[in-house]
Design a protein around this ligand. Structure first.
Ligand SMILES: *Cc1c(COP(=O)(O)O)cnc(C)c1O
Length: 382
């Protein structure tokens, strides 16, 4: 009998030119941050996302840290962050020294309730109270957030927008002010991650994108120890060692060539889950707003009862598949429990009821059928 593999949650697929490009690095001797793949990855990435500039970074968290700092986040300022996100979004804001305002999700896409934030900011401004200087908007799990209320805040109050698009490369808006754009291309900065579980990977890495050439130069400067041009060791600010290596960029360049295939696979997987799980009681379907074309990076849905996700994760593990619960909201995470909050109910509910199902781009139809059959059996028995 053939051994069936453990069906993973989301693993890298390395079937393109990864080996060839990495070997080119080794043969050329350019393995560190000098070398042609860094520039090539940046240029090709900017083109794919539809922006003028891209600056490669050592991680998505590093990209966010630099972008937030350049957008004005720092001691004495406040950054609005969604309560429901991976903790790196909050950490990057915290590194700048800013205070965090944790904003609840909206139920349709699970992203930050930007209308709630807009109304709150307008009220606070009228009362002469402090308003956030920066909004770090996260597009969670492959679904774009509704940016229109934030664009209103930007235009009325000068609030700056940084997009955390780490999980959502390739997702687009299809209606509204942002129609036709990809996530990451609308805010002053967009940030991406190439961690191993993301839609494309460079082993580890990130990218800052912006249409503003001066901001791109400033970002490049901060990621390279704020060293001034010329041969000397002269620095004009406290910078970071956040540059991507050429080897990582070689991997990323090869992965980027396969992005369309990955997106097609993720959307096909989502379609199959949606169709097949419709007849199963106790589970909803992944968020998909009419005004967006999400990527379904991790196919995630809500179960009907609090606590049910733990049982389903355990049951699927026994059936040979890796599922995972979603993130505890930031207001429940130890470093952020004391942060100011704007609502919390929706994020709490998503945490208590949400689950991500196996979503690897190379999952076979037979594997997905096994997952679906196991979900159905487990939920019908519960
Ligand atoms: C993965 C991720 C990050 C951080 O990216 P790294 O490359 O792991 O540092 C930031 N924000 C979100 C929403 C993420 O999912």
């Amino acid at each position: 009998m053939s051994e069936e593999r453990l069906i993973p949650l989301a693993e890298p697929v390395l079937t393109g030119r990864e080996r060839q490009y990495v070997l080119e690095c080794l043969d050329s001797g350019y393995v560190s941050s000098a070398g042609s793949f860094v520039r090539r990855f940046e240029e090709e990435f900017a083109e794919v996302v539809g922006v003028a500039h891209a600056v490669a970074c050592a991680s998505g968290t590093a990209a966010l840290h630099v972008a937030l700092r350049l957008a004005g986040a720092g001691p004495g300022t406040a950054v609005a962050v969604p309560a429901f996100t991976f903790i790196a979004s909050a950490n990057a804001a915290h590194y700048t020294g800013a205070d965090l305002l944790l904003v609840d999700s909206e139920p349709q896409t699970w992203n930050m309730n930007t209308a709630l934030l807009r109304d709150e900011v307008i009220t606070r401004a009228r009362l002469g109270r402090r308003i956030p200087e920066v909004v770090e908007i996260v597009h969670v799990l492959g679904h774009p957030a509704d940016l229109d209320p934030l664009i209103e805040l930007r235009d009325r109050f000068g609030i700056r927008i940084v997009e955390d698009a780490a999980e959502s490369l390739g997702a687009t808006w299809t209606a509204g002010t942002t129609a036709g754009h990809q996530v990451g291309a609308v805010g002053e900065f967009g940030c991406f991650s190439f961690n191993g579980n993301k839609i494309i990977t460079s082993g580890g890495g990130g990218m800052i994108v912006t249409d503003n050439g001066e901001l791109a130069s400033a970002a490049r400067h901060l990621t390279t120890q704020a060293k001034l041009p010329g041969g000397g060791y002269v620095h004009d600010a406290v910078g970071y060692n956040y540059r991507l290596t050429n080897i990582a960029a070689a991997l990323g360049t090869a992965q980027l060539e396969c992005l369309e295939d990955r997106l097609t696979a993720k959307r096909r997987i989502a379609e199959d889950y949606r169709r097949e799980l419709r007849r199963v009681p106790g589970i909803g379907s992944a968020p998909s707003a009419t005004w967006a074309n999400p990527t379904f990076w991790l196919y995630s849905a809500l179960l009907d009862c609090d606590g049910a996700p733990d049982d389903l994760v355990a049951g699927l593990a026994k059936a040979g598949a890796v599922a995972r619960r979603l993130w505890p909201p930031l207001h429940q995470q130890k470093p952020y429990v004391t942060c100011e909050t704007l609502g919390s109910e929706v994020a709490d509910r998503i945490y208590h009821r949400g689950i991500s199902l196996p979503s690897s781009a190379d999952m076979s139809a037979a594997e997905q059928e096994r997952v679906i059959a196991a979900v159905e059996r487990l939920l019908r028995a519960s």
